[in-house]
Ligand binder design. Structure first.
Ligand code: MD3
Ligand code: FE
Length: 217
């Protein structure tokens, strides 16, 4: 006889979590692709190495960044923008690997956003202590497209706020393989990431990697 320990919905493992309407966490969705994503990332960062960008206000970001796809997110003393050229190399960003694109489209579809065609993937690398302060993603040409985020490696506490900076924030632990997709009425919600705690993950060792897929142009 097999006992179903998750028979009541109270203790049932939730695979799909709605943070609010149109902001969906797909727990473990990227798990099967973790090793392939990180192998492809290795090739990307040979062409476009991780770097600590400067904020327009003159601060060095604690998160190291790179990009792939037709456009990359860039920050410097002039502001934030999407640029087809990597300012560090003067060349275009590496193309988006097929495994990235397939996962992003698939996750968006599963979260309820049909026909997502990202042309930019921002790659964030967190080392212990690295954090992302509360912000909105609003540099994209149209805010009608969703954003898909993939967490790999060490876990991090994600802060999920409202449409105003001072709205109350929800704390959500994002672990290896978790995917978040948000759009529509949730597209301009404030969000951030608390300082990464040191740890060890077999695929990323001492880091957390986050991929965010956007339609920039
Ligand atoms: C926004 N990255 O690169 S994305 C960013 O984990 C960025 O590196 C974070 O914010 C990271 O701009 C977090 C995850 C996320 C999840 C749900 C959201 C952002 C969200 C819901 C609404 C708005
Ligand atoms: Fe963001």
């Amino acid at each position: 006889m097999i006992l179903n320990l998750f028979a009541n919905s109270e203790s049932s493992p939730q695979w799909r979590e709605e943070l609010c309407p149109e902001a969906i966490v797909l727990r473990g969705f990227a798990m099967p692709d973790g090793a392939d994503l990180l192998a492809a990332l290795q090739e990307i960062t040979i062409q476009a190495p991780f770097r600590h960008m400067m904020t327009p206000g003159g601060f060095r970001m604690s998160v190291a960044m790179s990009n792939c796809g037709g456009y990359g997110w860039v920050s410097d003393h002039t502001g934030y923008r999407y640029d087809a050229i990597d300012p560090a190399s003067g060349k275009t960003w590496p193309p988006m690997p097929a495994v990235f694109l397939r996962l992003a489209r698939n996750a968006a579809m599963t979260a309820g956003f049909a026909n997502f065609e990202p042309d930019a993937c921002l790659i964030n690398r967190y080392q212990p202590g690295a954090r992302l302060s509360l912000h909105q993603d609003r540099n994209e040409r149209s805010l009608d497209h969703p954003i898909v985020s993939v967490s790999l490696g060490l876990p991090a506490v994600f802060l999920f706020g409202g449409l105003r900076r001072n709205d109350q924030v929800l704390r959500v632990l994002l672990t290896h393989g978790d995917v978040v997709a948000w759009g529509g009425s949730a597209r301009l919600r404030y969000h951030g990431v608390l300082p990464l705690k040191p740890g060890y993950h077999p695929l990323t060792t001492g880091h957390r990697i986050n991929l965010t897929f956007r339609k920039a142009a």
